[in-house]
Design a protein around this ligand. Structure first.
Ligand SMILES: NC(=O)c1ccc[n+]([C@@H]2O[C@H](COP(=O)([O-])OP(=O)(O)OC[C@H]3O[C@@H](n4cnc5c(N)ncnc54)[C@H](O)[C@@H]3O)[C@@H](O)[C@H]2O)c1
Length: 324
């Protein structure tokens, strides 16, 4: 049995607890949360031991699940890695780039398994297309959410847009060439809404819009490439692929159009979306990487790269990014 300790059992931490309880091979050693009211609820609902000392809980565990506010990620991760414990930490990896870089070094020296909670990598809509040949030349993303005070200790870039940044960096195998960005803090002191254009060296351009002050929700990514359009709806868990017809693609709806190169058949298909609980899947993958000694799906380096792009965006917007 792999013993897990959960650090932070607020909104997301409780979802993690529910999922850990369903994952075979896992034993929950207990939790740490400084908030007495939250801790009482969790003790009663889950019959779990509350620890009031991080050291003691870490010593009881093989691996940690850190779901505390971002400002505490570094100190908890550092303490755990130095004890040789495997770490799953929520996104964003850390509060500052210096912290992120230090964590990457610590993981390298220690050899522990380390995964960052970029959960959209496990969204069933993304899973349904991720093994296609993805070579986008142009990407359009909208991630809009209603206002929620949770998460506002960081900007919309580090809170929401970082999900799309991570997905895009996992698809576009090229370095960032240039970033233009504009953002506004409306309800908080950091940007609540932002529009960003990322140009890559391979010619791909990504346009991202994120808002946490929207009236409606939307989480859509559209990829345009030479041979296909791929629409990924992360919110409604649907995907659409439109391309010139493959001879063997019998399931697709097709229609013909006249082009300067003659008549072409266009195929519109909705790839089968697997029934996957994304949080459960990411935690299972973390467990698997420990048990099988394999790489984690979203590594500390992925977490740092996504933060690096997010911080470049914040500098472009002119927000005073904390760097040390
Ligand atoms: N992957 C995602 O989609 C996603 C979604 C929401 C939140 N998050 C991330 O998860 C983390 C937690 O977010 P949340 O929405 O659950 O916040 P939350 O405020 O609901 O819960 C955080 C909990 O951590 C506790 N806490 C405070 N200091 C702590 C410490 N030093 N050690 C341990 N626990 C501590 C708080 O008392 C609280 O119960 C944040 O890093 C956030 O960015 C990720």
């Amino acid at each position: 049995m792999l013993k897990i300790g959960v650090f932070g059992v607020g909104h997301l931490g409780k979802f993690h607890l529910n999922n850990w309880k369903e994952i075979p091979g896992i034993e929950l050693a207990g939790f740490y949360d400084p908030d007495d009211q939250t801790a009482k609820e969790v003790q009663e609902k889950y019959s779990l031991t509350r620890f009031d000392n991080t050291d003691q809980l870490m010593d009881q565990c093989d691996a940690l699940d850190i779901v505390a506010p971002t400002t505490y990620h570094f100190e908890l991760c550092e303490q755990a890695i130095k004890k040789g414990k495997h770490v799953f930490v929520e996104k964003p990896l850390a509060h500052t780039m210096k912290e992120a870089e230090q964590l990457v070094e610590l993981v390298k020296e220690s050899g522990v398994k380390f995964q960052v909670g970029h959960v959209e990598r496990f969204n069933p809509a993304f899973l349904s297309v991720k093994d296609m040949q993805l070579n986008p030349l142009f990407i359009e993303v909208h991630r809009l959410a209603q206002f929620d005070p949770r998460g506002t200790e960081v900007s919309v870039i580090l809170d929401l847009m970082i999900h799309d940044i991570d997905i895009i960096l996992s698809i576009v195998k090229s370095d960032v060439k240039h970033i233009s960005a504009s953002g506004v803090g409306v309800l908080t002191d950091t940007p609540d809404i932002a529009n960003v254009r990322i140009e890559f060296h391979n010619g791909c351009v990504a346009n991202l819009t994120s808002s946490r002050i929207s009236m409606k929700k939307m989480r859509k990514m559209r990829l345009f490439q030479k041979d296909a359009y791929i629409g990924i709806d992360f919110l409604n868990k649907k995907t659409e692929v439109i391309k010139l017809k493959d001879a063997d693609d019998h399931k697709a709806f097709t229609f013909d159009i006249d082009t300067p190169h003659g008549k072409k058949t266009i195929a519109v298909a909705n790839p089968a979306v697997p029934e996957v609980n994304a949080i459960k899947r990411e935690l299972e993958e973390f467990r698997n990487s420990i048990l099988n000694n394999t790489k984690t799906v979203v590594s500390e380096i992925d977490g740092m790269m996504a933060m690096d792009v997010a911080h470049q965006i914040l500098r472009k917007i002119g927000h005073n990014v904390i760097t040390s």
